[in-house]
Design a protein around this ligand. Structure first.
Ligand SMILES: NC(=O)c1ccc[n+]([C@@H]2O[C@H](COP(=O)([O-])OP(=O)(O)OC[C@H]3O[C@@H](n4cnc5c(N)ncnc54)[C@H](O)[C@@H]3O)[C@@H](O)[C@H]2O)c1
Length: 274
């Protein structure tokens, strides 16, 4: 059988590509011969991360500093990609403000709903939703113009279930100071699913498939107590290892998922079925 997951020479733009999971998405694409283009804020060092992937997988990989809230930067990136490769095939909308509530002991850092600042609301929406929209508008439109392409939007289990705020609780703090997962995270991730469905039908006859992936929490040096509390909510009794979404990314980016659009692939150790 042909390799259904083959991505030889396909050019894939990954937003937030220098982050924890973005690099793994890029590795997955590189492992099947694709050309990952990691776009991220300059301070996340996308060039250095791309170089490591290129060396490890013996493929071309590019890292470019792009702020996805700035349409002119996305447009410039697209023009550079087209002029260099004469093609673009895949967009993975992975960037988001990704608050690590569990690592914080400061009540100041994680705002409860009652005093949630509008500035944080706007900043989170701007990256997670507006940024994804702009990438779809600019890069997705190019895929549609070429009548071929794939978009994968990275959601979260909090796109399909509410956060269980009990796992973030800290002993000794009064109720009104208990840390919580910010409201914006649920809103952004649920919005990403809406964007996925909208674009899947909008571009259905233009050769562009649009799906979402819903990952559960990944091990990343969280405090033991937090890991224990979260694992208790997961039928597989553990968080995900950082490599465990690679297969799904490959599936969604490749022809292996050729009859799939507008779907949300949930990979959460069973958390959302409990
Ligand atoms: N890590 C998890 O447990 C987990 C679980 C479920 C879903 N997710 C989702 O997966 C995605 C990746 O998460 P992660 O854990 O790798 O987070 P991360 O913080 O390591 O990566 C996010 C990346 O986005 C980049 N970014 C932020 N603003 C940007 C902007 N304006 N322009 C370009 N890039 C920008 C950051 O610099 C960072 O490198 C996120 O959408 C997150 O919500 C993560």
């Amino acid at each position: 059988m042909d390799n259904l997951f083959d991505l030889t020479e396909r050019v894939a733009i990954i937003t937030g590509g220098a982050g924890l999971l973005g690099q793994k998405h890029a590795e997955a694409i590189a492992s099947q011969g694709g050309i990952p283009i990691l776009i991220d804020l300059a301070e996340a060092e996308p060039k250095i991360k791309a170089k490591k992937i290129a060396e490890k997988y013996h493929v071309e990989a590019l890292g470019v500093a792009v702020d996805i809230t700035q349409p002119d930067q996305i447009q410039k990136l697209l023009e550079e990609v087209i002029s260099h490769y004469n093609r673009v095939d895949i967009l993975v909308n992975n960037a988001a403000n990704n608050p690590k509530v569990e690592a914080s002991l400061s009540k100041q850092a994680w705002h409860r709903l009652e005093d949630f600042p509008m500035s944080v609301w706007e900043a989170d929406i701007r990256v997670g939703l507006t940024g994804a929209f702009l990438c779809c508008q600019i890069i997705g439109s190019e895929l549609a113009r070429r009548k071929n392409g794939v978009i994968v939007n990275v959601a979260s289990d909090l796109a399909v279930i509410a956060p269980d705020q009990r796992i973030y609780r800290q002993a000794g703090l009064p109720e009104e100071q208990q840390p919580v997962k910010p409201v914006t995270y649920s809103v952004v991730k649920t919005g990403i699913i809406g964007l996925t469905r909208y674009l899947a039908t909008y571009w259905a006859t233009s050769g562009v498939r649009v799906n979402a992936i819903t990952p559960g929490g990944v091990y990343n040096n969280q405090p033991d107590e937090f890991v224990k509390r979260l694992s208790n909510l997961i039928p597989l009794s553990r968080m995900a290892h950082v490599d465990e979404y690679k297969g799904a990314i490959l599936f969604l980016c490749s022809d292996a998922s050729s009859y799939m659009t507008g779907s949300n692939l949930i990979i959460d150790g069973g958390k959302s079925c409990w």
